[in-house]
Write a protein that binds this ligand. Structure first.
Ligand SMILES: Cc1cc2nc3c(=O)[nH]c(=O)nc-3n(C[C@H](O)[C@H](O)[C@H](O)COP(=O)(O)O)c2cc1C
Length: 261
C-alpha cells in the first residue's frame, strides 16, 4: 500500500504525531510504503493567476518548482492523508498556497477512486471550517473521502499541561475506527455509492469542461461528459434526478453567460 501524507503543518509536530499514530496502526496490519509530502520543506511558488493550467494544462505553468512532483506523488498513491493544523480558523497558509497552485485538479480530478482521510489539529477551535475546506479539496480532486478527524492538541497529548485522559481515550478510539475504515476502503474493490455531496461536486466540476479546452479533453477522454458519475454505480431515483437537474441548470447558465464548446 502506497500511502501519501499531504502535510500542511509548518512545524510538523502535533498533526504529524497524530498522523503517525494512524500509520503505526496501519503498519501493524499492512505492508506500507509511506511518502511524506511536508509542504513546508518543498518549493511552492505563489500562483500568479495566469490561468494557463486551466486553459492549456498544468505542464505549461511558468512557475518552476515542486508542484508537479507533488501531483505525481498524489496520483501514484493508493491512499492519501490530508493534514493541516488550524491557523486563524482555517488551513495553514502553506496548505492554501499548495492547493491554489493545484487548482487545476478541481478542473481535472486525477485522484478519482483513491481513499482519503483528513486530519486537523487545533488549539481548541476552528476545526469545522478547516475540515470543510479539506473535504472540499480532497473530494474536489476526486478522492473517496472515508472520514475526518479533528484533535484538540492540548487536551490530547500526554505531555501537555491540559491533558485530559477521557478526551484522549475518546480520540484514540476514533483514530482506531478511522484507520480501520481507511485500510478497508483502500483494499476494497467495490466502489462506494456517491453521496449527494459527491454528485454535487461531480456535476459542478464537470461544468468546467464547458469552458476550458484542456478540461473538455480531459473529461471526454475519461468518458465522464455523459456519465452520471466517475464510475458505473447504482443511483437511486432522487440522486439520478439531482444529477440530471444539475446538468440541465448548468447547461442553461453556461449557454447564457459563457462560451460553449
Ligand atoms: C499562527 C498560528 C495560528 C493558530 N490559529 C489557531 C486558531 O485559529 N484556532 C485554534 O484553535 N488554534 C490555533 N493555533 C494552534 C494550532 O492549531 C495547534 O497548536 C496545532 O495543534 C498545531 O499543529 P502542528 O503542531 O501540527 O503544527 C494556531 C497556531 C499558530 C502557530
Amino acid at each position: 500500500m502506497n500511502i501519501v501524507v499531504f502535510n500542511g503543518s509548518p512545524r510538523i509536530k502535533d498533526s504529524y504525531r497524530v498522523t503517525n499514530k494512524i500509520l503505526d496502526i496501519m503498519k501493524a496490519k499492512e505492508q506500507l510504503d509511506i511518502e511524506y509530502i511536508h509542504l513546508k520543506q518543498l518549493e511552492i511558488k505563489e500562483c500568479i493567476g495566469c490561468m494557463l493550467c486551466f486553459e492549456k494544462g498544468e505542464e505549461l505553468c511558468p512557475l518552476e518548482d515542486d508542484v508537479l512532483k507533488i501531483k505525481e506523488k498524489l496520483v501514484a498513491a493508493d491512499g492519501i492523508i490530508f493534514v493541516s493544523p488550524v491557523y486563524a480558523c482555517h488551513v495553514t497558509g502553506i496548505m492554501k498556497k499548495a492547493v491554489d497552485r493545484m487548482s487545476f485538479m478541481f478542473h481535472r480530478p486525477e485522484l478519482v477512486g483513491k481513499a482519503a482521510i483528513n486530519i486537523v489539529t487545533t488549539g481548541g477551535g476552528g476545526q469545522n471550517p478547516t475540515q470543510k475546506y479539506l473535504k472540499l479539496t480532497s473530494c474536489g480532486w476526486g478522492c473517496n473521502l472515508v472520514g475526518m478527524l479533528s484533535v484538540i492538541s492540548p487536551l490530547y497529548f500526554e505531555d501537555s499541561d491540559y491533558y485530559n485522559f477521557k478526551y484522549s481515550n475518546k480520540i484514540d478510539k476514533q483514530i482506531g475506527n478511522l484507520t480501520d475504515k481507511f485500510i478497508d476502503s483502500i483494499g476494497y474493490s467495490k466502489k462506494p455509492v456517491p453521496t449527494f455531496y459527491d454528485l454535487f461536486m461531480f456535476h459542478g466540476l464537470k461544468s468546467k469542461a464547458l469552458m476550458f479546452k484542456a478540461d473538455y479533453e480531459f473529461w471526454q477522454s475519461r468518458g465522464w461528459l455523459k456519465s452520471c458519475y466517475y464510475y458505473e454505480t447504482r443511483l437511486n431515483p432522487f440522486k439520478r434526478l439531482f444529477g440530471i437537474s444539475m446538468d440541465y441548470l448548468i447547461n442553461i447558465i453556461y449557454k447564457r453567460f459563457f462560451y460553449l464548446h
